[in-house]
Design a protein around this ligand. Structure first.
Ligand code: C5P
Length: 310
């Protein structure tokens, strides 16, 4: 039995993410799109506490009690715990407590962070001791973004976003996150992208089923220079997210007018991430945007992936 389980509970923290680059290719037969993306884990975290129990149960705090986060087998943390139990033939359950800080349906991988945290927490609680490679395999079965929430830092994701390679990133990047009360559904945004591409006649030239991250994005991360990264920010899902939520374009414009270097829709949105040159400017821009009625969060990246903190 591990020390953590002897203590009666395991507390794991996992980060949300921004896609500093997101290229979307064609749709595979399984419905998933080919991706080439660069994830960066940022200092906005989900906390998962796992306690011993005979059955499986979950509570969630830090979010409206409006059904937006399911408390049954549709919950990704619950699915993660059950998948680990099945894979390791562990008998017995777990009582999961999820404390959310990452916006729900915000394009920042909050649900994926919950799943990654639950995997690590149950592995420690149950003493199943899986290798990082096996944890990664289970994570990939839960969702395309879950492996990254395990690893954290800055990483290139290809395939469906689940084939990860670390990317060299120097220094610290300061972001302001403008969240929305109303979330956006990831499948809806991907479907919108397909429709927009059909309308544009892009099907004459089918989107590729394998793609790479452009070299200038990786170079910008390596220099640690926010100005270079600002020039390289790109998200193929942005047009689709703006189609659903045109106001996000105004948010990006406001952020740039207030002093951010550049802004981007994070993942499938609707969270907008504004890149700032340094922490002081980020605070300045935050104050100016508050005067405009927005309430941005100041975070930084990269930060580590899911880890046990108690
Ligand atoms: O893997 P995850 O559950 O995060 O994906 C949610 C949805 O996003 C998928 O059901 C799919 O509609 C879309 N998606 C996609 N291609 C990807 C990743 C996600 O079409 N590579």
């Amino acid at each position: 039995m591990s020390l953590a389980s002897a203590a009666g509970s395991v507390h794991v923290r996992a980060p949300g993410k921004i896609n500093v680059y997101l290229g979307v290719g064609g749709r595979h037969d399984d419905g998933y799109h080919a991706l080439a993306t660069v994830f960066q884990a940022v200092s906005l975290y989900e906390d998962v506490i796992a306690r011993p129990a005979d059955d499986f149960s979950i509570t969630v705090s830090g979010v409206e009690d409006d059904g937006s986060v399911p408390l049954d087998d549709r919950n990704l943390a619950m699915r993660a715990a059950k998948l680990l139990a099945t894979a390791t033939e562990h008998t017995g359950g777990v009582a999961l407590e999820v404390r959310k800080s990452v916006p729900v349906a915000g394009g920042m991988g909050g649900g994926s962070a919950d799943a990654a945290a639950a995997l690590v927490a149950c592995d420690a609680l149950w003493g199943t001791g899986l290798s990082p490679a096996r944890l990664h395999d289970l994570a990939a079965r839960l969702g395309a973004d879950v492996p990254f929430a395990l690893h954290g830092g800055t990483a290139v994701g290809t395939g469906r976003g689940d084939q990860l390679n670390p990317a060299l990133a120097r220094g610290r990047f300061d972001w302001l996150l403008v969240t929305s009360e109303q979330g956006l559904s990831t499948p809806v945004v991907y479907e919108r992208l397909d429709l927009l591409r059909e309308e544009e006649g892009a099907l004459a030239d089918d989107p590729p089923l394998s793609l790479d991250v452009p070299i200038p994005v990786l170079q910008a991360l390596r220099t640690g220079d926010p100005r270079q990264l600002a020039d390289a920010l790109h998200n193929d899902l942005q047009a689709a997210a703006l189609h659903e939520r045109p106001d996000l374009g105004d948010t990006i414009d406001l952020g740039i007018a207030a002093g951010a270097l550049h802004g981007i829709v994070s993942g499938s949105g609707p969270t907008v991430a504004l890149l700032c040159p340094d922490p002081e400017t980020a605070q300045d821009v935050q104050t100016r945007l508050r005067d405009e009625g927005l309430d941005p969060l100041h975070v930084h990246g990269p930060v580590p992936g899911a880890r046990i903190i108690g």
